[in-house]
Design a protein around this ligand. Structure first.
Ligand code: ADP
Ligand code: ADP
Length: 236
């Protein structure tokens, strides 16, 4: 059965000042199955970020419903939603969103420390995750002391340290040079195949999308095409 089910999601933004109404989403239906790696593509302004923000519980749909692991997030109270998000979701944002006053290790630890897990366990998990991402030498550094690629890896480590069922990524390679982008995509592929993470990634970039198993195209807030990869493809 599906991990994530969306039924007729719409989102309308009304600007009360100039009375402009924007229909950012116009009826999104989508089922995402466990362990899928899906890309969402579409022109700027087509509603990709809006959709991801809704799925992340950062924004509310105007109408329609969605279920994550059978749970209707809209029916949860604020504290239940916060807990659900912390336990089951990971996010990677385009601009990393690292906290500058914390070391990379402390940034990565955040989802676990917010969950009040014990320090020894946290340190062990953080070391393991940073090793997995090849940034174990940077644990005591601050975000401004490391490269964009290393910041991005830190953001990914933070997003997956609590082993979320669903990883949501908005243009994760948008600020990376092509070598860093490629290694991030390989990492996503590894997470997906070895750690059974389900990934939903917004991207403008066909090369990035070629790493996923299914590509969904949206335009004017509607899904207008699905592509499924068949067989094995090479990345050049
Ligand atoms: P994409 O991520 O595909 O570029 P967005 O989801 O950011 O698209 O935006 C979809 C549409 O909704 C755009 O027309 C955008 O200007 C509008 N929009 C997004 N967020 C807001 C907001 N907070 N207030 C008003 N309009 C918004
Ligand atoms: P992207 O194109 O990378 O998806 P955008 O630049 O469209 O992102 O949007 C960045 C942020 O600004 C989003 O959080 C979006 O909700 C918000 N936003 C986009 N368009 C508008 C708008 N017309 N009014 C207010 N906020 C907006």
């Amino acid at each position: 059965s599906s991990l994530l089910q969306m039924q007729d999601l719409t989102k309308t933004y009304s600007n009360t000042r100039n009375k402009v109404t924007t229909h950012a989403l116009n009826g999104i239906h989508l089922d995402v199955y466990p362990q899928e790696f899906i890309s969402i593509m579409g022109p700027s302004g087509s509603g990709k970020t809006t959709l991801l923000n809704i799925l992340a519980g950062l924004d509310q749909p105007t109408s329609g419903e969605f279920w994550l692991q059978g749970e209707n997030l809209a029916s949860l109270k604020a504290d239940e939603l916060a807990l659900f998000r912390r336990r089951h979701l990971g996010f990677v944002f385009q601009d990393f969103n690292l906290l500058d006053t914390l070391t990379l290790a402390e940034n990565v630890a955040l989802p676990l420390s917010l969950d009040r897990q014990n320090d020894k366990h946290i340190l062990q998990r953080v070391s393991e995750m940073m090793r997995f991402l090849g940034i174990e030498d940077q644990m005591q550094r601050y975000p401004y002391e490391v490269s964009g690629g290393q910041q991005q890896r830190t953001a990914v480590a933070r997003a997956i340290i609590h082993q979320p069922r669903l990883l949501l990524a908005d243009e994760p390679t948008g600020n990376l040079d092509s070598a860093s982008a490629r290694s991030l995509l390989e990492l996503f592929q590894q997470l997906n195949s070895q750690r059974r993470a389900t990934i939903l990634m917004v991207t403008h970039d066909p090369f990035s999308a070629s790493y996923s198993q299914r590509v969904i195209f949206i335009k004017d807030g509607r899904i207008f095409m699905h592509l499924r990869r068949t067989g094995s493809q090479q990345h050049f």
